[in-house]
Design a protein around this ligand. Structure first.
Ligand code: ADP
Length: 484
């Protein structure tokens, strides 16, 4: 991997704490390339005590960082952003090597991830308070916003860069210090961000990366250490529930970006070619491994067969292989369990009358590959109707009327992203309002941007990331009542 990089120093394997590169008390753990299964690095495995130390260092650094003006914080965040874009190619290579997504997608993720640093750096100057007319003649009421303190994050492997910047950028902009625990599968992208944070002049202790093979030990430390004032998590609803329970002991402020089960609805009046393009992007980006990927595709009776045919033709064109080779559309899945889950969902659908009209085969190349799959005749008793597949499986459900599909789409504990294609304006409004989701994509399959509030309702989470709302998660409001 080192030989593929213009700047091999970006490949860091020690943890980054208080501006120092630190070895782990528990030795090192392996990071593998999911396209080949070979070990590409061995990364410091920290003990819980070392993580507690990182939190203590962050707390000290935070006091000084909070005193910086917004403009000063904005200047170093801008540098961090510039460095990430300068090293976009190398960061993408590292990301693909540990995560598997095609290089072009990895480059896209670096630009997307860096954009949060650019955006929130700018926001650092706009943390406005308010004045409220007093309730008595001698009273003056002021509301100020202050950083919560040390924020800690736990993030998944599907976006090794952007899941961290979405949290770290607003935290740092707000004046918080940050302790990131990247997923064990993908720590290298986070450590490379540490290298660049250092070069950008982010003060020691303000941004830390703690690597560990034991997620649950770090999760406990984050929840039980009183110096951590904010926990921000992206991952499954199952783990989110565990963390919320653990955080309850100290009534810790939490943001949760949890699972989804996104419906993608194609109405009779949709532009079918655009709907197919949207479905390709929405379903197969990152090989189906995003929490906003279409999981259930509902197609209205009149266009069902035509949509299935067009989608099949388009999916057949997708190239699958090692993401580090040029021209790939789909990489491997993250591990063998992920492949197994897709196979289970396919087998379950087949046993209940679904027809596999494309794909479904496990490749005989090394690595975790499965061909993109389309199933027709999907029904609500099949596993993917209630569970996220997190893989390249597109089940097509048939429906007849609008109210029926809205009820089906909302019949889930999740409420993150939803999508639909239609032209009739009153239908567009009605459906957009009726979908019980934090995000609705209308005639588009791609909704992620740093300028909009990303987040879910129901059991998909708490809080929002991105936009001016995203920084509020890292700020406390203080009301000052003054008698004059
Ligand atoms: P995914 O299916 O995306 O991996 P998970 O919720 O299992 O979703 O994992 C998200 C992140 O949470 C990963 O970094 C994982 O290591 C971490 N994690 C898993 N279990 C726990 C736990 N009990 N406490 C804290 N973090 C955990």
């Amino acid at each position: 991997l080192e030989s593929l990089l213009d700047d091999p120093d970006l490949l860091a394997t020690s943890a980054y704490i208080d501006g120092q590169w630190v070895d782990g008390d528990n030795g090192r753990f392996d990071v593998t390339n999911p396209a080949r299964g070979d070990v590409i690095a061995q990364v410091a495995d920290l003990s819980r005590a070392q993580v507690a130390n990182a939190i203590a260092q962050a707390e000290t650094a935070q006091k000084e960082w909070a005193r910086w003006t917004g403009k000063e914080r904005a200047a170093v965040l801008r540098k961090w952003f510039d460095l990430m874009m300068l090293h976009q190619e190398d960061l993408a290579t590292i990301l693909t090597a540990e995560q598997g997504k095609p290089l072009s997608e990895a480059k896209g993720e670096i630009a997307y991830g860096a954009a949060f640093i650019e955006f929130f750096g700018e926001e650092a100057k706009r943390i406005y308070g308010e004045t409220i007319p007093g309730h008595q003649r001698d009273k003056r009421i002021t509301v100020i916003k202050q950083p919560v303190g040390v924020a800690a994050s736990i993030t998944p492997w599907n976006f090794p860069n952007a899941m961290i910047t979405r949290k770290a950028a607003p935290a740092l902009a707000a004046g918080c210090a940050f302790v990131a625990r990247p997923a064990g599968e993908t720590p290298l992208s986070a450590l490379a961000m540490g290298v660049l944070a250092d070069r950008a002049g982010i003060p020691a202790g303000v941004f830390n990366v703690v690597t560990s093979s034991s997620a649950s030990a770090i999760g406990k430390e984050f929840c039980e250490n009183p110096l951590v004032r904010k926990l921000t998590f992206t991952g499954s609803t199952t783990v989110g529930r565990i963390l919320l329970e653990q955080a309850a002991g100290q009534v810790k402020k939490c943001s949760m970006e949890l699972g989804g089960n996104a419906p993608f609805i194609v109405f009779d009046d949709a532009d079918l070619d655009k709907a197919v393009e949207g479905a390709i992007l929405c379903k197969f980006r990152n090989n189906g491994q995003t929490c906003v990927c279409a999981n259930r595709i509902y197609v209205q009776d009149g266009v069902y067969d035509a949509f299935a045919e067009k989608l099949t033709a388009r999916v057949k064109e997708l190239k699958i292989g090692d993401g580090l080779k040029s021209g790939m559309d789909l990489g491997p899945l993250i591990n063998t369990d992920a492949v197994e889950k897709v196979r289970e969902h396919i087998a379950d659908a087949k046993s209940k009358g679904g027809a596999v009209i494309l794909g479904g085969e496990v490749h005989d190349m090394p690595g975790n590959f499965i061909t993109p799959t389309i199933i027709t005749g999907a029904t609500k008793d099949m596993a993917f109707a209630t569970e996220e597949t997190f893989g390249p499986l597109a089940p097509l459900f048939r429906f007849t009327d609008e109210d029926e599909v809205i009820a089906l789409a909302n019949d889930t504990i999740f409420g993150l992203a939803s999508y639909f294609y239609a032209k009739d304006l009153s239908r567009v409004y009605k459906v957009a309002e009726a979908l019980e989701y934090g995000i609705v994509g209308v005639n588009t399959g791609i909704i992620s941007t740093e300028v909009a509030p990303f987040g879910g309702i129901k059991q998909s989470g708490l809080g929002r990331e991105g936009s001016h709302h995203g920084i509020e998660e890292f700020l406390e409001m203080k009301y000052i009542c003054m008698a004059v």
